[in-house]
Design a protein around this ligand. Structure first.
Ligand code: TYD
Ligand code: MG
Length: 465
């Protein structure tokens, strides 16, 4: 390795530059905000005014460059590299954009390496050369994973390396179409003193990979581990650098995984792709509703209700289960999984006040099936129906679903995209849909009876009959 570049420590709060690391920034007095970075070359200002042209590389030498009209630039968005893993391509907005930098975040063990090795294998299979850089695991570990994933995974080129300079030099010598770097927390540049994984290293390495991607037209897929608290380690700053951020999530105890875009310069965000982790890698789930409904139709107990959510642009049916049981001594419990506890408290209060259901001596457990999350108010009505069903120990119609927001007055309010939710319900074989009376569409899907409700009282009348 040549001489180390000169580095400085910059405050992430106020931008002040310091020659040495310190716990506190002299300029703004913030603690723990100094991050190491490569100092800008001192000669740049002089060189740029000399206008010599000629050699020159990144950032120095003041080379004269061409300035084409924007319209003359070749390439278009439609030229995307399809991995063939439909759900993955879909979340990206239709495939991988050449020269883009994509961050794939998720908790350790969720399946990021598995997913990207599968993507690499499919790309290779379809003739797009792929380089898989693993700093996380030994070559043997990668080989063992590939053995489980099938023959095409064995053809992926593998580099076990963590020094960024070596990675870039190797990739540059024979540029692949797509390069996977697993993970950003393990790579480091010799130009900075910090250990791999520290904020300065993560930022600098990501910035250089971005320049490499743009300059050579190589799509770079970066793995980033996310800590339990959210945020990709080497904080949020990374999300600003990259073009696209995908999050891979799910309960590691359950076998399905949800891939979601939270930032996308080349497509919409909040699209989801659902996968199942199997013995032979991840398998796309083409019909997420069937997965989230679990065995609802077979097993027909009280306290279970169905609703339709919009995940990104897709409607998905999910099942909510409530159990209200006589509380022991002391304050009754409210336990939720996949649902906001404050929202539950609100619905319980409205049910108590507007529908005369008493919960003060009952423990209440609420569970969204399949590890899904119910964050839309559209799910309120299903939660209320499930709670009432549990209190009375009377199962609801197994082919009914409930879509609507509950107001503090006990009124049922309409929600967005009702037609699409109803279409999904019809597709999944639902027979009755209970919605706000202000949301009943002029034409309902075939075989689905849509019932309009104005208040919780209407709901209880309708399901009792
Ligand atoms: P991995 O891709 O290593 O997770 P990450 O890179 O996000 O840390 O996936 C780890 C888990 O997936 C591990 O518990 C083993 C499991 N797994 C399967 O169940 N089936 C498979 O075919 C593979 C390759 C992994
Ligand atoms: Mg991994």
């Amino acid at each position: 390795m040549g001489a180390r570049a000169r580095t400085v420590y910059r405050c992430t709060e106020c931008g002040a530059e310091h020659p040495k690391w310190a716990g506190r920034c002299d300029a703004c007095s913030e603690w723990n905000t100094l991050v190491e970075e490569v100092a800008a070359p001192r000669a740049v200002a002089g060189a740029a005014t000399r206008r010599k042209g000629g050699v020159g590389s990144f950032g120095s030498g003041g080379r004269v460059v061409e300035t084409p009209r924007v319209g003359d630039i070749s390439g278009s968005e439609s030229h995307r590299i399809k991995s063939g893993i439909t759900e993955f391509d879909f979340v990206l907005g239709g495939g991988i954009v050449p020269g883009s930098l994509v961050l794939v975040g998720g908790e350790p063990g969720i399946g990021k390496s598995t997913m990207l090795l599968q993507v690499a294998a499919e790309l290779e299979q379809r003739g797009s050369r792929t380089l898989y850089v693993s700093g996380e695991e030994s070559a043997l570990q990668v080989k063992l994973r590939a053995d489980r994933l099938g023959a095409s995974a064995l053809r992926v080129s593998l580099m076990g390396e963590t020094l960024l300079e070596t990675i870039l030099a190797t990739a540059e010598s024979n540029p692949p179409a797509v390069m996977v770097v697993d993970s950003i927390q393990t790579v480091f540049t010799g130009d900075l003193e910090g250990a791999p994984g520290n904020v300065g290293q993560v930022r600098e390495c990501a910035a250089r990979l971005m320049r490499f991607a743009k300059d050579r037209g190589v799509a770079v897929l970066l793995v980033g581990h996310v800590t339990k608290g959210g945020g990709i380690a080497g904080p949020k700053t990374l999300e600003h650098i990259v073009d696209t951020v995908l999050y891979f999530e799910g309960e590691s105890s359950l076998d399905h995984r949800v891939l979601r875009a939270t930032k996308n310069r080349f497509g919409s965000v909040d699209e989801i792709g659902v996968f199942r982790m199997t013995e032979r890698g991840l398998v796309p789930v083409e019909n997420p509703s069937a997965l989230f409904l679990g065995n609802h139709q077979g097993h027909h107990a009280s306290g279970s209700a169905i609703t339709a959510l919009i995940e990104g642009t897709r409607p998905v049916l999910i099942e909510v289960q409530a159990l209200a049981a006589k509380a022991g001594f002391g304050t009754p419990q409210r336990v939720t999984t996949g649902f906001d506890a404050r929202r539950l408290a609100l619905i319980l209060a409205v049910l108590e006040r507007r529908a005369g259901l008493a919960f003060s001596s009952l423990d209440v457990f609420l569970n969204v099936v399949g590890g899904a999350r119910l964050q839309e108010p559209a799910g309120d009505l299903a939660v209320a129906a499930a709670l009432a069903s549990s209190v009375h120990d009377r199962p609801l119609d197994a082919h009914a679903l409930f879509i609507g927001e509950i107001g503090l007055g006990g009124e049922i309010r309409p929600v967005s995209q009702i037609e699409r939710r109803l279409a999904e319900a019809a597709k999944m074989g639902m027979k009755h849909a209970y919605v706000s009376d202000r949301a009943v569409p002029a034409r309902s899907p075939k075989h689905l009876k849509v019932v309009g409700l104005s208040s919780l009282a209407d709901l209880f009348k309708a399901v009792a009959s």
